[in-house]
Design a protein around this ligand. Sequence first.
Ligand code: NAD
Length: 303
Amino acid sequence: MQNNTQHKTQQHIAFIGLGNMGAPMALNLLKQAYTLKVFDLSAAAMKLLADAGAQAVESAQQAVAGADIVISMLPASRHVEGLYLGEQGILPQIADGALIIDCSTIAAQTSQKMAQAAQARGLSMIDAPVSGGTGGAQAGTLTFIVGGDAASLERARPVLNAMGKNIFHAGTHGAGQTAKICNNMLLGILMAGTAEALALGAANGLDPKVLSDIMSKSSGRNWALELYNPYPGVMDNVPASRNYQGGFGVDLMHKDLGLAAEAALASQAATPMGELVRNLYGMHSKAGAGGKDFSSILELLRK
Ligand code: NAD
């Protein structure tokens, strides 16, 4: 046990992107005795991590100096590409032999491009997008969906285990992203469908809590209904019961549905349900809900 702890403290991790997901993930690494240098554009996020024992630094460049492992958890492709390959890109600053783990949900093509650029510099990189929401990030029970070579995944495994419970190797670079957007397209469809059913029941006089109990033990049961109920007041500790604050943003879900649509176009796959729900989330965002949790799609459907 002592050797294990010593090994962890000797490994220096740079963690960039401390939002709804990144902050609790980084906190779990601290709890597991890893040494962390962190950076985010938000001062509040930096303070939270500094108070918990991380070294909060002034730039991503400073964070990666001397790091053995670099973890990024940013919103979208353009942020990840900017961080590593942009004008002030950190790729040249990362120490030889370091491992890069990008946990953001981004385009598979971007992950492939980043991995190639890392390889050209003699660095290993894997895409490791996550599932499990902010609750899973806090509890350390995330599912990691990894794309990249098996040896790099084995190097990453102890660190991923400190933040998650399930680790899947989806295939080569970008495969983690492809699996993740398939999952999130289904999640978007399930959330919109669950909200629609609850709104229908409420409009016809049912108590949404009673209806949720019934459907949870019937054939309509699903993750959105049982663990992330979109109807305010049905469940504690979900965004619906705190005015849809925190959680997984409407704009992030809309981004993921856009990635699914791009993948469908590129492969000529039929995704009519994904397209419908992408348009619903687009309308919801345009109506001003972009920053709310994605379960707020109920507001678009409720009377
Ligand atoms: P978020 O918007 O809460 O956090 C993103 C953070 O990145 C912010 O704190 C922002 O300040 C920071 N940031 C942006 N650009 C930066 C830069 N150049 N340098 C440093 N920091 C920068 O987003 P989130 O909910 O934490 O999601 C992050 C990723 O995880 C997204 O790709 C999302 O799709 C994915 N994801 C989110 C959830 C969820 O439930 N929230 C679940 C699974 C996957």
